[in-house]
Design a protein around this ligand. Structure first.
Ligand SMILES: [Zn+2]
Ligand SMILES: [Zn+2]
Length: 550
């Protein structure tokens, strides 16, 4: 038994390395190309976990087969290396994230090479490399120029532990996904990306991509396209109207009360008429301590306060109905107000039962049988107690009531999306600097593209400010700069980009990773696109693939 397996491995791995055996060829005349992509890893301090080789091995097998079949194969590897763990580690140990990241990448590289994966090591990407994030910043500037990046003050999910704004998907059961601390709502000026502008296309284009059906379904649910109507309810004794969006305008005759979000401007508008204002202000204060996720949870105990002193008018029954404020209605979703139809909506039913509000049945099973409330089945329902809609199926009643609303200028047909704009700032150090400066005269101005990359300054203190400011906000020498537009004094943005930034376009960079004139040449993009096979974990696919399509 003279074989030493380790020696044999070493011999061949050395040969692969020297000869670049698995490097993709820039031979664009070879029409047989194959691009296999694995989700590039976050280089954690623990090294590879078993999930990494699991999905890499599967695609490695295919890549090797494709090479033998004569394909020009692109099977690249890289590192998604910005993010909280390196920064939190730096806060604990005072070791700069740059140092930890380089060390971790070296460790990952050694492990991946010793397994013998047939990656193209000549195309390695590291999202924290200024030569890479230069293009991440460049993309941001293009989005800004197209009006797709903007600043807005909005309530954000704020982790009391990490002291950082979180995206909705980073809040799990009301606590921070990473550290487990409670998440509260906080008003903050944020960079936003206008992904909602593409909501319809992000639905439509799912027909053109070769994703697993369950991934398409998850994306459709996340985008949450619904068809319904926007309906105006008059406030009794005034010219003001309360606007609501409903997917069930056919149940309008059964709307027995309304609910507005605690932040709704109606409260301020009618503050002189509302007789229990202090009670409502107190309720609003309590609601601000909860995250959107907590507020939206189906199973939680319903809370709310009736707004006394004003009433709304149901536009079809012309009856005055009460207006409540409740935190399960979110100001950021729809119009921040709903019409409540307790007979046909589970949440409204629970609320009405708890607060003893009227429940009027307006849809019944087609066979006339008695059912328990709430009755939410739209397939077998027909309208009852509904004036001109009575006897119609749910879908016919929807059409007819929308016609009526539009004709009488009470409402319009409307498509709605659950998808929100994308909060694109983080008050953290270890991320791509946002290439924007603020000038008193010109407002927000992007950097000149020739001045990219805007590199992260070397700092020694990674702690976020007490009020949640970015650690960069302490570095005035870096912040103070000149306005690229008028040359006057200006200040740099101190927030950085979220970890999603670098991973949303990395598959394009692999096609032409050393290009220093553009993010990738048109020729390379046309040749290697699309990715032929992408392997990764189900838990990332919904948002990652949504963001990269955007
Ligand atoms: Zn946290
Ligand atoms: Zn200026």
């Amino acid at each position: 038994m003279g074989y030493n397996f380790k020696e044999i491995e070493k011999k061949w791995q050395k040969k692969w390395e020297e000869e670049g055996t698995f490097n993709a060829k820039n031979d664009y005349s070879n029409k047989k190309k194959w691009y296999g992509l694995i989700e590039f890893p976050y280089p954690s301090g623990q090294g590879l976990h078993v999930g990494h080789p699991r999905s890499y091995t599967a695609l490695d097998v295919i890549a090797r087969k494709r090479r033998l079949q004569g394909y020009n194969v692109l099977f690249p590897i890289g590192f998604d290396a910005f993010g909280l763990p390196a920064e939190n580690y730096a806060i604990k140990t005072n070791v700069h994230p740059k140092i930890t990241t380089a060390k971790n990448i070296a460790h990952f590289t050694e492990q991946l090479k010793s397994i013998g994966f047939s990656f193209d090591w000549s195309r390695v990407i590291d999202t924290t490399d200024p030569e890479y994030y230069k293009w991440t910043q460049w993309i941001f500037i293009q989005l800004y120029k197209k009006g797709l990046a903007y600043k807005a003050t909005m309530p954000i999910n704020f982790c009391t532990g990490c002291k950082v704004g979180l995206a909705n998907e980073e809040v799990v059961n009301g606590v921070c996904e990473r550290c487990g601390s409670p998440v509260v709502q906080k008003e903050k000026s944020q960079w936003m990306l206008k992904i909602t502008e593409y909501a319809q296309r992000l639905v439509d284009d799912l027909d053109d991509v070769d994703f697993l059906e369950k991934i398409k379904t998850q994306q459709r649910n996340w985008i949450g396209r619904s068809e319904g109507a926007e309906v105006k309810f008059k406030i009794a004794g005034s010219n003001e109207e309360l606007l609501v969006y409903t997917t069930r305008p056919d149940t309008l005759f059964g709307a027995t009360y309304m609910v507005v979000a605690p932040e709704h401007k109606l409260i301020e508008k009618f503050s002189d008429k509302i007789t229990n204002l202090s009670e409502i202000e107190e309720y609003k204060k309590q609601a601000s301590l909860k995250s959107d996720f907590e507020r939206g949870e189906m199973n939680k105990e319903k809370t709310g306060v009736e707004i006394k002193g004003i009433k709304a008018i149901n536009p079809l029954t012309n009856k005055e109905i009460p207006i409540w404020v409740a935190d399960y209605v979110l100001s950021g979703y729809g119009t921040g107000a709903i019409m409540a139809v307790p007979a046909h909506d589970t949440r409204d039913f629970e609320f009405a039962t708890k607060f003893n509000l009227p429940i009027v049945q307006v849809v019944a099973p087609i066979d006339g049988s008695k059912v328990e409330m709430p009755f939410t089945d739209v397939e077998t329902g027909v309208s009852v107690n509904s004036g001109f809609l009575t006897g119609l199926s749910v879908s016919d009643a929807k059409k007819k009531v929308i016609e009526y609303l539009e004709k009488n200028k009470i409402g319009v047909k409307k498509v709605n999306f659950k998808l929100r704009d994308w909060v694109f700032s983080r008050q953290r150090y270890w991320g791509e600097p946002i290439p924007m400066v603020y000038c008193e005269k010109c407002g927000w101005v992007p950097l000149d593209e020739k001045d990219l990359p805007l590199t992260l300054p070397e700092v020694a203190d990674f702690l976020p400010g007490e009020d949640g400011e970015s650690p960069l906000a302490k570095h005035t020498e870096w912040i103070n700069t000149k306005c690229p537009h008028c040359g006057g004094p200006a200040k740099r943005e101190t927030d950085t980009m979220p970890q999603w930034a670098g991973s949303s376009w990395y598959f394009l960079r692999y096609m032409d990773p050393h290009n220093n004139k553009e993010l990738a040449s048109k020729e390379a993009l046309e040749y290697w696109s699309p990715v032929d096979w992408y392997n990764g974990g189900m838990e990332h696919t919904t948002l990652h693939l949504l963001y990269s399509r955007f």
